[in-house]
Design a protein. Structure first.
Length: 173
């Protein structure tokens, strides 16, 4: 009997962490979780000596993209939370792999608060964002889309260096 209760509790806990993909709030949470995992893994996989790599002088380096993503997550998610952005200016102040990985982790943890607070009931609440008013769902969708856009940049940089990006790694069996 104890085993059955324990298994039921574990199943409930697992379900509680799985977003409801039929809800307005569930899908962006899932997308954000997936893309931030890929970005963090990309940051881990890229050797530190390649953080300054730019495929063209006119674009951001690999490390600058990571810093930009961290800064943007603070910007978007603080708006969704109705808070002043606590962004430490990561893109302009952090350059090492360790600094950027830590800054990304902190930014994603901050942003998780906004995604965790998003419910179907709160999705249409408006907040001040980008010189206007937007609903929370739109702000967080824009954030997830922005992260996906820049993950695409990181994928190209990794491929140019012969590194398989996290989203293309074989699935564990």
């Amino acid at each position: 009997m104890k085993l059955l209760v324990t298994l039921l509790m574990l199943a409930c806990a697992a379900l509680a962490q799985t977003p409801d993909l039929k809800s307005a709030s569930g899908y962006p949470k899932m997308v954000q979780k997936q893309v931030t995992g890929w970005i963090e893994r990309a940051a881990e996989k890229m050797p530190e000596e390649e953080y300054a790599f730019k495929p063209d002088p006119a674009v951001r380096s690999f490390g600058q993209i990571l810093g930009h993503v961290a800064d943007a997550d603070y910007l978007f998610c603080s708006a969704a939370l109705g808070e002043k952005s606590p962004s430490p200016g990561v893109e302009k102040s952090k350059t090492t792999k360790t600094e950027l990985m830590s800054a990304l982790h902190d930014a994603f943890a901050y942003c998780n608060r906004a995604y965790d607070a998003l419910t179907d009931a709160s999705a249409n609440e408006t907040v001040k964002a980008f010189s206007g008013e937007r609903n929370k769902l739109g702000v967080l969708w824009f954030n997830a889309s922005h992260n996906l856009e820049h993950y695409g940049n990181l994928v190209v940089y990794m491929r140019l260096k012969g590194i398989v990006p996290p989203s293309s790694e074989p699935k564990p069996q």
